[in-house]
Design a protein around this ligand. Structure first.
Ligand SMILES: Cc1cc2nc3c(=O)[nH]c(=O)nc-3n(C[C@H](O)[C@H](O)[C@H](O)COP(=O)(O)O)c2cc1C
Length: 195
């Protein structure tokens, strides 16, 4: 299996880094593209260097190199994940504005009917954000917002990150044990006043 992984300049670059770590452990081939602002956010939000992150990928590409392999449909990969996905990149994808290697590779995924998973992060959302989400969904993208759940009582930020990365792996049918799936039962406690 081989995947294109793109990290863009939304908060939450840790999600992209963790996905790369897990795919690396599973020996899945990864083709990494990092946007210019994402490189800065990686250092700012995680304290890690971009060169260290790049070592997790099988191959890396310059986001400005529109002649690189991911820009063509004849480059066979099993899908692409943009994690996190900024709303700027999402808007470009929703409107077919393929002006860098990330948005071009995403455009190719949609035209070739291959899985394209977008992990957007922003809050609150304006109408433009919401309409672009719908437009991207209509075009065939899978929208998987960076919205960790709490029903499994996460004990750490890492656990919340793993929840989102696990959701991505599920869509791609990659087995994982990053979080405990919901078991279908809630222990009801009496929360009435005085109980
Ligand atoms: C510290 C910081 C945090 C940001 N967080 C977000 C975010 O969570 N979501 C988002 O859509 N944009 C966010 N932005 C804005 C994007 O980085 C900006 O729109 C940029 O043009 C995205 O470019 P890219 O998609 O090519 O990486 C953030 C910018 C900075 C500097």
């Amino acid at each position: 299996m081989s995947l294109i992984v793109a990290i863009t300049g939304a908060s939450g670059v840790i999600y992209g880094i963790r996905l790369l770590e897990v795919l690396n452990q599973k020996r899945i081939e990864t083709h990494l593209i990092v946007s210019n602002i994402a490189s800065k956010l990686i250092e700012y939000e995680t304290g890690k260097t971009i060169s260290k992150i790049k070592k997790l990928a099988s191959k890396i590409y310059d986001v400005n190199d529109l002649a690189a392999l991911p820009s063509t449909g004849s480059f066979k990969v099993d899908g692409m994940v943009i994690i996190p996905c900024s709303f700027k990149t999402l808007s470009a994808i929703a409107h077919g504005y393929a002006d860098n290697l990330i948005t071009r590779a995403a455009d190719v995924m949609l035209k070739q009917s291959r899985p394209l998973i977008l992990v957007p992060r922003e809050t609150p959302l304006n109408l433009i954000h919401l309409e672009n989400l719908v437009q991207a969904k209509k075009a065939g993208a899978i929208i998987l917002p960076a919205m960790p759940a709490f029903y499994f009582r996460p004990k750490s930020i890492d656990a919340m990150v793993d929840f989102i990365v696990g959701k991505v792996l599920e869509i791609l049918n990659i087995p994982h044990d990053l979080y405990q799936p919901w078991r279908g039962k809630i222990e009801h406690k009496d929360i009435s006043p005085g109980a």
